[in-house]
Design a protein. Structure first.
Length: 160
């Protein structure tokens, strides 16, 4: 029996989309690394700075990681690198003694804003020829999939 015989039409299409997203992710990370290298950043560092910038209040590493859908240890390593190079600083957290709040320094804000400035013409070129409504629809589908993955699944609970 072929794998495709086990999948519904939407399941088969989603499997293809997932493979495409995995391939796209690798290429986006490589392109992002090239785009922000001159600012002392990598895609991962830029992503963490973005999570800090987009948060309405300073957050500890664990909450930043949760918001990003990443593991705490990986984000902690990146925050450590950023702190060592003065892109962020760790401040006392009035709600938790050991979970410091991560805050961008002036150097971090400057690098983040420079990265956004470089990203705008790049993403505009990348988006040429695509209809913005179609892109928005694809974004809604990907967001709905992300939300489904955040929910406990009876299929995976049986395997644990």
């Amino acid at each position: 029996m072929k794998d495709d015989d086990l999948r519904t039409p939407s399941g088969a299409a989603l499997s293809e989309l997932i493979v495409t997203v995995f391939r796209l992710n690798g290429r986006l990370l490589a392109a992002g690394d090239r785009l922000v290298a001159g600012f002392g950043l990598t895609s991962a560092r830029w992503q963490v700075l973005g999570a800090i910038a987009l948060s309405p209040v300073p957050e500890p590493v664990a909450r930043l990681a949760r918001n990003m859908g990443l593991n705490r240890q990986g984000v902690q390593r990146i925050v450590g690198e950023l702190a060592a190079e003065d892109f962020v600083e760790l401040k006392d957290n009035p709600h938790h003694r050991s979970a410091k709040l991560v805050v961008m320094t002036a150097k971090g804000v400057q690098a983040y804003e420079a990265a956004l400035g470089a990203q705008a013409p790049w993403v505009n070129r990348l988006g040429e020829g695509f209809d913005s409504t179609s892109i928005e629809k694809a974004g809604r589908i990907l967001e709905a999939l992300r939300q489904r993955l955040d929910q406990p699944s009876p299929d995976t609970a049986a395997d644990e």
